[in-house]
Design a protein around this ligand. Structure first.
Ligand code: 763
Ligand code: MG
Length: 214
């Protein structure tokens, strides 16, 4: 039976990356996506912007919406402070199964909590289920039409504190127009656009970084 792209991506990690070396996992995925098959990881160019934001925030608690194969969860987790943790949410159980194995190959199971389900269902339950008060950093990388409703839901559920950072992927391609309109015009956020390119291509894309002002 035919393998899937995430399965081929995992095979490339297991073949080319060193167990327990997260940076070699990131490199193996980027090389696979550049040389073999495009895949929707945040990628190396936008990944550098993600790295700089994570390093600046130095977050104890991170929420990622959209795990896919675990590339950005691994990238974030290897920059966290000693007790820092990331909760990453994936809707597709097949992708989640691949991501678990990528995360294990990187040796980051202790720092990354992978949850399978829909953001709309899980966001209201995170506080009680995971004992999280608020998130220092949220990385939005899931269905583009869920960025806005889920941001409002996180506000309502008290998951954001004054100074919490939202970092949104794909605000140009595929695009999140309603989210951008809201976040750039809301008095409750201060936003900044980081111009870049769609992963592994020359197409314009970018990350929107927003500080919740409380
Ligand atoms: O679609 C994309 N990502 C989302 C995946 C599903 O996410 C579903 N999903 C994951 C957790 C989760 C939680 N609740 C609901 C849905 C939830 C996505 C797409 C592209 C892209 C750009 C150009 C193209 F020609 C084709 C594709 C690039 C990206 O960087 C992306 O991130
Ligand atoms: Mg993306």
């Amino acid at each position: 039976t035919q393998s899937t792209r995430p399965q081929r991506l995992l095979a490339a990690v297991q073949k080319n990356a060193t167990r327990g070396d997260p940076r070699s996992v990131v490199l193996a995925i980027d090389q696979f996506c550049r040389q073999k098959e495009w895949a929707m990881n945040v990628g190396d160019e936008k990944g550098c912007i993600l790295d700089s934001v994570v390093s600046e925030v130095n977050p104890g608690a991170v929420l990622e919406l959209g795990t896919y194969c675990g590339y950005s969860a691994v990238r974030i987790a290897c920059l966290l402070p000693p007790h820092g943790k990331i909760i990453t949410l994936e809707f597709n159980p097949d992708n989640a199964a691949i991501a678990r194995q990528v995360i294990a190959w990187a040796g980051l199971e202790e720092k990354i909590q992978l949850v399978v389900g829909a953001s709309g269902d899980w966001i209201p339950k995170i506080k009680e289920q995971f004992g999280v008060k608020t998130f220092d950093l949220v990385f939005l990388d899931h269905w583009k039409d869920r960025y806005l409703p889920d941001t409002k839901l996180m506000e309502e559920c008290g998951l954001l504190r004054e100074g919490s950072i939202l970092l949104a992927d794909n605000v140009i391609c595929p695009g999140t127009p309603d989210y951008l309109e809201y976040i750039r015009n809301s008095p409750r956020y201060k936003s900044q656009y980081f111009k870049s390119h769609l992963e592994y291509t020359k197409v314009e894309d970018g990350l929107e970084k927003s500080v919740f002002l409380g």
